[in-house]
Design a protein. Sequence first.
Length: 196
Amino acid sequence: MEPSTSSQMTSRQKDKIYLVGHMTHQITGSKLPSIGQVLRSLFYNQRHVKKSDIKESAKLTISEVLLFWEKAKIPTRQSQHCVSKLEKLYEEWRALQKSRLRVQSTRQKEKVEAFKSSLEDLFDIAHQDALAIMKVEEDKQFLLQQRQKGRPGSMIGVDLKLLRAEERRERRKSALMKRQDESTNVGEFITLFLLF
């Protein structure tokens, strides 16, 4: 095995972000994204994709985060509010980063520790009334579990029972629309027939 060169070490260390860890180009996993995952993706997007534009990087990151929430069938806030939440989180990190080289007070150390402990918590962008809007009890339980410390639970693929129910609902809806179109056509035919 070849020893690693200093340029590889430097490059790897360059990718490490204060308090957050190493940047990642993609959010992965079978849980809803954590604060740490979202920040690592944001920093990757900021440094490699959008080149220092935090607003655009946040939009790109949120679009990736929303995919997980859609997959879990959990209603979310509007995208611009999610972006705003991520920007505030970035500003909180930025304030901690700026003060890292100064002599830290006990209060500052507490802030750093609180931030570090929150990195594994859920980046919660659920709609304010998500639990009331959601109909499937398992989905509600999943959201409640993800909000707990350590985010227990995971998404395990497609819910076939729900998928079939949605397909049936869609077929019934299209059949109803087809019948309405046919009845409209018949009504028009009768009207034309009576006029002539």
